[in-house]
Write a protein that binds this ligand. Structure first.
Ligand SMILES: NC(=O)c1ccc[n+]([C@@H]2O[C@H](COP(=O)([O-])OP(=O)(O)OC[C@H]3O[C@@H](n4cnc5c(N)ncnc54)[C@H](O)[C@@H]3O)[C@@H](O)[C@H]2O)c1
Ligand SMILES: [Zn+2]
Ligand SMILES: [Zn+2]
Length: 387
């Protein structure tokens, strides 16, 4: 079968690899009808996070049809259409029962002091073969393979595997109420959906994003945008837009690949600032006193000189973490199955491409070319769709 494999820094291949087989009684084998390309894949692509081997299969967002089930799989049957979340989680441990699948005690990687395993990630997260493949093995299929109507287009269903639940968790963790102002840093796939979900909850949304096409997409959905490349003081611009108070809630949908100011580059070059945390620093400056920051962007490695004193003085609540996809998926399935497309997902998936185009697609998505926002791989997509 074909699969997207990591072949070193900034290099992916589409390789012929053996098909997976049932290895445990609770496994299912799923034929993939769509898999997603995510900002989290880019951290691996750029090798910002160690722990991948050459030939590892990437990807952690999938939908498809069940081909085979192990003897202990009862919740899905051969022929069912399912969504597979990025968390590999048992569904029965104390953490999973609380809806904290990203902390699953059964798949936790205690050797590395890390949480539950993830598809298509590093050895610190279980080294589980990824989803950008023709066929995948789904562990704990009773919990993880979630049935969805077969008529739902695959390029929409796959958004339930990560981007929608992640954005939903970001808004839930930000504790958004109607009438609030929510500033969203980063309008990649995650920030776009966090903006739309916050607006659905009655918030006014301000989006910060350097890429023009991404700002334009958010503006089509009612977001007031700021270009950090042409704004001298981004937090001050947000304070100005909020009657001098700062945003009630801030969502960081950027993470460790934030593009920074010239000073940030100097700090990195001198190793004084080991992680690119400029967006998070702006978030801390832009939130109002007593406000909440919800961090969705992924950070790896320690951050020096973190402004704890400022967070303490402003009495800011911080909530963060890897999404617990299963916990939120059931809230979102009706929105994705609705043929009226209430989240306007057709104005979100900008590219539907065959798996063979992965080297091109990774490069395009990383460099934010051709209006790429959400890229989905499909076995035989009709055509490339562009914004
Ligand atoms: N918490 C989770 O479970 C979870 C799940 C999925 C993705 N993520 C993370 O969320 C982040 C976003 O993912 P994505 O798929 O949207 O990827 P992405 O890389 O396309 O989005 C990041 C966006 O931030 C913008 N940006 C860069 N520097 C900025 C700055 N200084 N200020 C404002 N915006 C800036 C980029 O132009 C880009 O549009 C990544 O770190 C990803 O790993 C987390
Ligand atoms: Zn993802
Ligand atoms: Zn568990």
């Amino acid at each position: 079968m074909r699969a997207v494999t990591w072949d070193g820094r900034q290099d992916v291949d589409v390789s012929d690899v053996p098909e997976p087989r049932i290895e445990a009684p609770t496994d299912a084998i799923v034929e993939v009808t769509a898999s997603g390309l995510c900002g989290s894949d880019l951290h691996l692509y750029r090798h910002l996070i160690p722990g991948l081997d050459r030939g590892d299969i990437l990807g952690h967002e999938a939908t498809g049809v069940v081909r085979e089930t192990g003897p202990d799989v009862h919740s899905v049957q051969v022929g069912d259409t399912v969504v597979v979340p990025f968390n590999v989680a048992c569904g029965t441990c104390a953490m999973c029962r609380q809806g904290l699948e990203s902390q699953c005690q059964t798949t936790q990687n205690t050797e590395f002091h890390r949480g539950g395993s993830l598809f298509g990630y590093t050895e610190q997260y279980g080294h589980v073969p990824g989803c950008q493949a023709d066929v995948i093995r789904v562990p704990f299929a009773n919990h993880t393979a979630t049935p969805i109507h077969a008529e739902t287009p695959a390029y929409r269903a796959v958004l339930l595997a990560d981007v929608l639940p992640t954005a939903w968790q970001g808004v839930a963790y930000a504790d958004v109420s109607p009438g609030m102002t929510v500033a969203v840093f980063g309008l990649g796939p995650i920030g776009q959906m966090a903006s739309r979900l916050a607006a659905r909850q009655g918030a006014s949304v301000i989006g910060v994003e350097p890429v023009a096409e991404r700002r334009a997409m958010a503006e089509r959905h009612g977001v007031t945008t700021i270009d950090p490349d042409t704004t001298d003081d981004v937090p001050a611009a947000i304070v100005d837009l909020t009657n001098g108070l700062g945003a009630d809630r801030v969502i960081d949908a950027v993470g460790m690949e934030a593009e920074g100011s010239a000073m940030d580059s100097v700090l990195q070059a001198t190793k004084l600032q080991p992680s690119r945390v400029i967006a998070l620093r702006h978030a801390i400056d832009a939130v109002r006193r007593g406000g909440t920051i919800s961090i969705l962007g992924v950070y790896a490695g320690p951050v020096q000189a973190f402004p704890l004193d400022q967070l303490f003085d402003k009495q800011v609540a911080l909530h963060m973490g890897q999404a617990n996809v299963m916990r939120w998926m059931t809230d979102l399935i009706p929105l994705v199955e609705d043929p009226a497309d209430p989240l306007d997902l057709d104005d979100f998936v900008t590219h539907r491409l065959p798996l063979e185009s992965a080297p091109y697609a990774y490069d395009m998505f990383q460099n934010k070319r051709q209006g790429a926002v959400k890229v989905v791989f499909e076995p035989t997509p009709p055509v490339t769709v562009s914004a």
